[in-house]
Design a protein around this ligand. Structure first.
Ligand SMILES: Cc1cc2nc3c(=O)[nH]c(=O)nc-3n(C[C@H](O)[C@H](O)[C@H](O)COP(=O)(O)OP(=O)(O)OC[C@H]3O[C@@H](n4cnc5c(N)ncnc54)[C@H](O)[C@@H]3O)c2cc1C
Length: 453
């Protein structure tokens, strides 16, 4: 099984297996590429996704290929790295084996960087009604629903049935909810405003629901206030201290009151990959694996857990946030630990230190908030910093150039170039009006178009 390509893999070299080619896993692989090791990267997808720009795909600003790249091509220049597209099912830590459905892959060092998914807090049945945003598939599903809602409303209005209300409800006021709500408000008021003849997209009602007392709770209070003001300026209705108690097709319940919702989007919770439990660890409430200060699994110095899957703390005992820079720095740190250890096996490992360079959350065109230590910025300058950082860290020069051109173009024209509806034409909760002609069959939309995913 091992050493399939003898030109690349050599039996004698230490074997490093990396599970997950997100920000954490990719950085381990790249930082170890010149070391005397053989590396296997396993990911269930064939592509790395630049998750911070997923909302741009979900709101038709960018196409999937502009924010994702094949893992194989990202790592192709590193001769000691092989890439396997496969789903990891579990581990045998005693035998030092990674298990997939077809085979067992041995390791000397294991890095588990399988990330996180959205959490519905025990209401998994809400997922099909209120998609979250984590993968390219999620983004395309959100884009489909949003664009479809406008098309169905136009069709119904053109047929003389009266304009149905278009209510988009975003659940969760963290960075993803804020950028989704802000951008949806923007596209309905600008990009789509002149393209319809029967409906007025600018009258779309966007509601952002947040369970806590303020949006962007991880940011300083003044920035939360500023974000809320910027959202309101864009026409978003922000409701804080508002807990969603039920999601149904076409509606969201908040305690005793009910909001009709043409499209519901979920940005409220995160749960770490179930692979964490497969490591035999006592995971925390979010499913994260507690790690030692060197990011290793207690009792297994040869196993590291990094990125969103790890419950790692800083020097003050504060949990590190689930953001890309943490995963990137952890990936590079683990690569360094392994490199040093291979040179001098009895060396004491230094602790991992996270260098927090600041946080930026975008809200819309020229609207953002940024926190760099004590420096807090809002509006256009914050947005420019966001733009710069995201172009700089996007994988691949071609993507950087394409995204830059796309953004410059849409900044000037307000155009959203990727407005394609693909796949099913089913929108949960949308009931087509009863036909007027006696020859037409009354067919509710849900029945004749099939599943949503
Ligand atoms: C919509 C959104 C917006 C975000 N915006 C920002 C932002 O603006 N700034 C910021 O810093 N952070 C942002 N983040 C957070 C950031 O993307 C994550 O913190 C980061 O991706 C974590 O990296 P990771 O390597 O731990 O996991 P990921 O990048 O999620 O990678 C995990 C990889 O593991 C693979 N995988 C999972 N399970 C298996 C399995 N069983 N077998 C094989 N492969 C598996 C997945 O396919 C994936 O490729 C955002 C996240 C989302 C979802």
């Amino acid at each position: 099984m091992w050493g399939r390509d003898s030109k690349v893999m050599t039996e004698a070299l230490p074997r490093i297996v990396i599970v997950g080619a997100g920000f954490g896993g990719l950085n381990v692989a790249q930082a170890l590429a010149k070391a005397p090791v053989q590396i296997t990267v396993i990911d269930r997808k064939n592509h790395h996704t630049f998750q911070p720009l997923l909302y741009q795909v979900a709101t038709a600003g960018l196409s999937p290929g502009e924010i994702a790249a094949p893992i194989r091509s990202i790592l192709s220049s590193h001769r000691n790295v092989e890439v396997l597209m496969n789903e990891v099912a579990g581990f045998d830590l005693e035998r030092r084996i990674v298990k997939t459905s077809e085979n067992e892959i041995p390791y000397d060092y294991l890095i588990v960087a399988a990330g996180a998914r959205h959490s519905y807090f025990g209401h998994e049945e809400w997922e099909t009604l209120a998609p979250g945003l984590k993968t390219i598939e999620d983004a395309l599903e959100i884009r489909r629903r949003v664009l479809l809602a406008f098309e169905l409303a136009e069709r119904q209005t053109a047929a003389g049935e009266g304009a149905p209300p278009l209510n988009f409800v975003v659940v969760g006021g963290g960075p993803t909810g804020v950028e989704l709500a802000g951008t949806l408000a923007e596209i309905s008021r600008y990009a789509l405003a002149h393209d319809f003849r029967s409906i007025d997209p600018a009258r779309t009602h966007i509601v952002l629901l947040e369970g806590g007392p303020r949006v962007l709770p991880a940011y300083a209070e003044d920035l939360s206030r500023s974000a809320e003001e910027q959202l309101k300026h864009l026409g978003v209705e922000v409701r804080t201290s508002t807990m969603v108690t039920k999601v149904e097709a076409g509606a969201v319940d908040i305690g005793d009151s009910r909001l009709t919702a043409t499209v519901v989007l979920w940005a409220a919770g995160v749960a770490a990959s179930p692979l964490g439990r497969q490591l035999g660890a006592n995971v925390d409430r979010a499913g994260r694996v507690p790690v030692l200060p060197d990011l290793s699994l207690p009792g297994h110095p040869e196993v590291f857990v990094i990125g969103d899957l790890a419950a790692a703390k800083d020097e003050k005992g504060k949990m590190l946030p689930g953001v890309a820079p943490v995963a990137i720095q952890q990936g590079r740190y683990v690569a360094k630990v392994i490199r040093e250890e291979l040179k001098s096996p009895h060396r004491t490992r230094p602790d991992f230190h996270y260098w927090d360079k600041g946080s930026i959350a975008t809200i819309g065109r020229a609207a953002a908030v940024a926190e760099f230590g004590k420096i807090h910025i809002s509006g256009f300058v914050a947005w420019l910093s966001w733009l710069f950082v995201h172009i700089l860290f996007l994988i691949g020069f071609q993507n950087r150039l394409l995204v830059f051109i796309q953004w410059a173009w849409s900044y000037v024209t307000y155009e959203r170039g990727a407005r394609l509806i693909t796949g099913s034409t089913y929108l949960p909760g949308w009931i087509a009006p009863a036909p007027k002609s006696p020859t037409d069959q009354p067919v509710p939309q849900e029945i004749h178009v099939g599943a949503s995913k």
